[in-house]
Write a protein that binds this ligand. Structure first.
Ligand code: FDA
Length: 308
């Protein structure tokens, strides 16, 4: 239960202030985030591509509270996409977006603002021949995110979605999105959710992951199996074989800095592996979710604090 407690505490402004100003945080963040500047993410992307991986890049930012902030984040993505093209990386690297960073939570017309910003990014991605995936945030945003996905897919049918198996609704969402051309990233879910709408026990989230994997693998879309869990990975490979899939019809995805040996092992086996690489100054929310996923990370963080 350490994870949900940490996520709850991380919302408090004084905890945010403390963590973002501690020098030790910078060292620990570097494990999960290659840097704050575009040059940092380009370096990490090139290294991964040279190692045979594909990449999806997240320009960190969430909880955007002004139109200006949302516009700045959109512009950073458009600029990044142009640079991926110039550096010859666009055919191996796509981008992942959080709609909250695009303005989804703005009090007036948030959905419309987020859709317009995401549309501009999709246009930029299309120009350079790559794709976009919409990250999924907490359960209050799922309907809005899937509605924006449907709108975007009218013009950009390659836009990817993320579904979280912690939510009761997700098997139905998987069925709805398991159609031809549909790119679906399946994750367990990184947000603390109420028991009225989500599985409280990790074991049930894992069982739901297997059920959702089966729906996606037996469907006609392109499943993106985003997990570091070796059992889920083995089951995904088995289900892909049973469904008669070839390795180019699905892919594995993992986060930058996590299970790196497993990333390389899968690639060496001939699987497609895409690494999710975040960058930017707004690393706090992403970092706290990575800590919360694993009690050992929290213990390591606390030990490092007191060791200084
Ligand atoms: P699980 O939590 O069971 O971990 C399995 C093993 O992986 C652990 O035993 C450990 O070895 C390793 N591991 C996992 N997390 C670790 C960590 N933080 N540090 C060190 N080791 C760790 N979530 C979401 O809600 N919305 C989204 O859009 C996304 N997007 C996304 C993209 C990609 C590419 C990935 C891989 C994940 C996400 N997630 C996400 C996060 C996801 O929901 C989930 O929280 C994490 O992937 C951890 O769950 P696992 O499936 O790895 O299993």
């Amino acid at each position: 239960m350490l994870g949900p407690a940490l996520l709850a505490v991380s919302q408090k402004p004084h905890v945010r202030r403390l963590v973002t100003t501690l020098p030790i945080s910078r060292d620990l963040v570097a494990r999960f985030v290659p840097g704050e500047a575009k040059a940092d993410v380009l370096r990490a992307t090139r290294d991964l591509v040279e190692a045979g991986m594909a990449v999806t890049i997240d320009h960190l930012g969430e909880d955007t509270s002004s139109l200006e902030q949302a516009t700045a984040t959109r512009d950073a993505y458009v600029d990044l996409l142009a640079t991926l093209d110039e550096t010859g990386l666009a055919d191996r690297a796509e981008v992942s977006l959080k709609l909250s960073a695009m303005g989804q939570a703005l009090p007036e017309g948030g959905d419309e603002v987020a859709l317009a910003n995401a549309r501009s990014i999709c246009e930029a991605a299309q120009r350079v021949g790559t794709t976009v995936t919409l990250d999924m945030e907490d359960h209050t945003t799922v309907d809005s995110t899937l509605a924006i996905l449907r709108e975007l897919r009218r013009d950009f049918p390659w836009v990817g979605a993320v579904l979280q198996t912690c939510l009761f609704r997700t098997e139905d969402d998987c069925r709805a999105l398991a159609h031809e051309g549909s790119r679906v990233r399946l994750v367990k879910g990184a947000y603390a959710e109420p028991a009225s709408i989500a599985h409280p026990r990790k074991h049930d989230v894992d069982l739901a992951y297997v059920r959702c994997l089966r729906i996606l693998m037996e469907g006609d879309g392109h499943p993106m199996v985003a997990t570091h869990d070796k059992t889920m990975i083995a089951i995904a490979q088995q289900l892909a074989r049973e469904a008669g899939r070839t390795p180019d019809s699905y892919e594995f995805q993992m986060l930058y800095g996590i299970s790196v040996t497993e990333q390389r092992r899968l690639r060496a086996e001939g699987e497609q592996m895409r690494v999710y690489v975040p960058y930017g100054v707004d690393w706090y929310g992403y970092f706290m979710r990575r800590l919360a996923e694993r009690p050992a990370n929290v213990a390591f963080f606390l030990r490092s604090l007191f060791a200084r």
